[in-house]
Structure formats: C-alpha cells, structure tokens
Design a protein around this ligand. Structure first.
Ligand code: FAD
Ligand code: SF4
Length: 340
C-alpha cells in the first residue's frame, strides 16, 4: 500500500484565509480540492508539499451564479456540473466533458478548479517512486532526462484535463486570487505548452471562479478518445463551440485536448468554418486542418500515429454534433473502441 508523505493540513473557511496561508510559503504549500489528482500524486512522491491547504470548507467556492451567463465556483464538483440543467441546456460541451471525467465516485469529489489545474501526465512520470527511481527518474521530477525525447530540453507531458478545451473554446474568464489581490485571465491564458510549467497561475494564487459568456445561441460538443469508455483520461479530445444562422456558421471555435502540454486552439480550422454552410466537405477540410496541428508524443495510451489520425474523427464528429446530426451511435462506438 502506498502511503502519503507527512504534511501539515490547514482548513480555511474563507478565500482570504486560504490566500493568506498560501502566501506564507507558496513554494512548499499546495491547495487541495477533491484530492483525486493530488493525493495519488503525493503517494507516488510526485508532489511532496510540507503544507496542504484544503479548499472544501470554503462555501464561496461552491456557488453557481446565473445572470444570463454562468459563473461557476472553482469548488463545484464535476458531478454537480454535469447534473446542472443550465449547464446541460446552454453549455452542452461542458456538460459532456464533465460527465466523461473518470468515474462517478471520482466526479463526486473532483472539482472544476482541480480539473483545470490537473497535473500533466506521462507514462514515465505517473508511476510509483520505486518505478521512477529504477529509470533514474525524469526531468519533470527528480531527474535530468526526458525519456520521451532524450534531446528535448522541455518536458512533453500531456495536458489531460477534459474541461479545459471546452472552457478555452467558450472563451471563459478565470478569476485568480492571492494575498496581493485579484486578477482575471482568459481560460486559454492559464495554460503553457510545457509539461513541467503547464500553468501560468502563480504558486500563491487560488483559482476561485470560472465565468462563461452567455450561452444562448451557441451550440457545443465535446468528443474524447480513451481506452475504457467509463474510466480513462483523454488521449485525444476535441471541443467545438459554434453559432449558426440557419446552417451557416457565424462563428466557430475548435480546441483540442490531450495532444500537447496545453489545450490547442485550431485557428486554421476555425477560419475554414466561419461564414460557411456546414457541409460534409467543409467539415472534412476543418477536421483535416485541426488534425494537422496535433502533435501527440509516445507517452500515453495508444499508438501516437493513430491518436493523431483520430483527432480528425473527433473534430468531424463534434462538428456533425453541433450541426444537429444524430451522433448517438457514433458516441457509443467510440466509447467501445470500435473506431478505426
Ligand atoms: C482513476 C482516475 C481517473 C481519472 N480520469 C480523469 C479523466 O478522465 N479526465 C480528467 O480530466 N481527469 C481525470 N482524473 C483526474 C482528476 O480526478 C480530475 O482531473 C479532477 O477534476 C481533479 O479535481 P480535484 O478537485 O480532485 O483536484 P485536486 O486533486 O484537489 O487538485 C488537483 C490540482 O489542482 C490544484 N488545485 C485544486 N483546486 C485549485 C484551485 N481552486 N486553485 C488552484 N489550484 C487548485 C491542486 O493543488 C492540484 O495541483 C482521474 C483521476 C483518477 C484517479
Ligand atoms: S515528457 Fe519527458 S520529462 Fe516529461 S514527464 Fe515524460 S519523460 Fe518526464
């Protein structure tokens, strides 16, 4: 059995207290929300904070406010999010992403804030301490070499959060609070394409809320590739958000997940969609353009060439979804791994 390392636990009741305590020693303290990512990582000694600051006692973080747009507290669980009728009707892609994270048990504990701040993943990193020690560790923790690309001076671990691509595509705004004040950034600005330094959040900052723009008039979808349809992290994913006039696209946004160390915005695919009728030909061209920017590495499940090819399928399926096609059969096939 893997045991947690020793740490001091602090349980603030307000965001202000949490920010004050975090500011005391940000380099050696970590926040914990649901703990579904942090605790396994601590058991594997990927993280060894001397202080852990629990966010679960802070009521302010669990509110969802609705003023035509939704502002979601970072402490809202993924189960609550996936079950919220406002999210389901106005932000379907976010509902689909939240509902596909891990398992029901984990979604009951897991929070939206924790999902956005999820550690990047890699076959050589998500292993026990002894396993990692046997390969002399790797650059991301305790070692010098990247075993995925030995000449790389940068860690290439994979951004594996399901909700981030959707929030990037929706253009959500995040609020970060520290003892020094509050700042707001676009969801896309939270992430950096570096497996070690994958967040631009400062160590003394707490992600407190996620504000979505008004969802009326937008259609959205999230498509995820994973081995087991009821359990696994994404190994490729596509989030689509679009507004239509009849079947003509007024504006579309496409973001890819799990094919880099951050969610990727597929700019060329978006420009091919905007102003066009969403025909099969337009979908194919946009899916091809989106697939071209995906650069998966050989450090997670499935063979990388197939993962890259599947990005096209995920984007095409997402576009057909927002077009209004009946995609239930395609979703079922994907969840059972029956796609080539
Ligand atoms: C078996 C298994 C399967 C999983 N499958 C998936 C999957 O399919 N898709 C997926 O996306 N994830 C998956 N996960 C990972 C995890 O369960 C989710 O990402 C979850 O949403 C993390 O949220 P949490 O509240 O538990 O985060 P925690 O574990 O509490 O925290 C995660 C990280 O975020 C930081 N953090 C938490 N809250 C804040 C905040 N408010 N401000 C700043 N930093 C914060 C923590 O310090 C930590 O670094 C899986 C985990 C397991 C164990
Ligand atoms: S990509 Fe390289 S440095 Fe990063 S976790 Fe994997 S092996 Fe380590």
């Amino acid at each position: 059995m893997m045991r947690l390392p020793e740490f001091r636990y602090r349980a603030p009741r307000t965001i202000a207290d949490a920010a004050k305590w975090l500011a005391e020693d940000p380099a050696n303290a970590m926040l914990i929300a649901g703990g579904t990512d942090l605790l396994p990582n601590m058991k594997r000694r990927q993280h060894t904070p001397s202080t852990v600051i629990g966010l679960r006692g802070i009521g302010e973080l669990t509110a969802i406010t609705d003023n035509s747009s939704l502002t979601i507290g970072a402490g809202v669980t993924l189960a609550s999010l996936a079950g919220d009728p406002r999210v389901r009707s106005r932000y379907a892609g976010l509902q689909q992403a939240a509902a596909q994270v891990a398992t029901p048990h984990l979604r009951n504990m897991a929070t939206l804030g924790g999902n956005l701040c999820l550690d990047t993943r890699c076959t050589y990193y998500d292993q026990t301490f002894e396993w990692r020690k046997a390969i002399n560790f790797c650059m991301k923790k305790d070692g010098d070499t990247c075993w995925v690309a030995t000449s790389s001076d940068k860690c290439l671990a994979v951004s594996s959060t399901d909700t981030a691509p959707v929030l990037v595509a929706f253009g959500a705004t995040l609020t970060l609070v520290s003892a020094q004040g509050t700042r707001q950034i676009a969801a896309s600005e939270l992430f950096a394409n570096d497996g070690m330094h994958y967040l631009t959040r400062r160590p003394d900052e707490i992600l407190t809320s996620i504000a979505l723009p008004a969802g009326e008039g937008w259609r959205s979808a999230y498509w995820k590739l994973r081995r087991r349809g009821s359990f696994d992290f994404p190994v490729a994913a596509a989030a689509i958000v679009a507004r239509f006039d009849g079947n003509r696209v007024i504006e579309a946004r496409v973001a890819l997940g799990a094919v880099a160390s951050q969610p990727l915005v597929a700019e060329k695919a978006m420009s091919l969609l905007n102003g066009q009728a969403l025909t099969d030909e337009v979908i194919e061209a946009a899916a091809e353009a989106a697939g071209a920017i995906a650069k998966p590495m050989d450090n997670t499940d499935y063979e990388l060439v197939w993962r890259k090819r599947m990005v096209r399928t995920l984007v095409a399926n997402g576009l057909k979804d927002v077009r209004g096609d009946d995609m239930r059969h395609a979703r079922l096939r994907l969840s059972r791994g029956l796609v080539s």
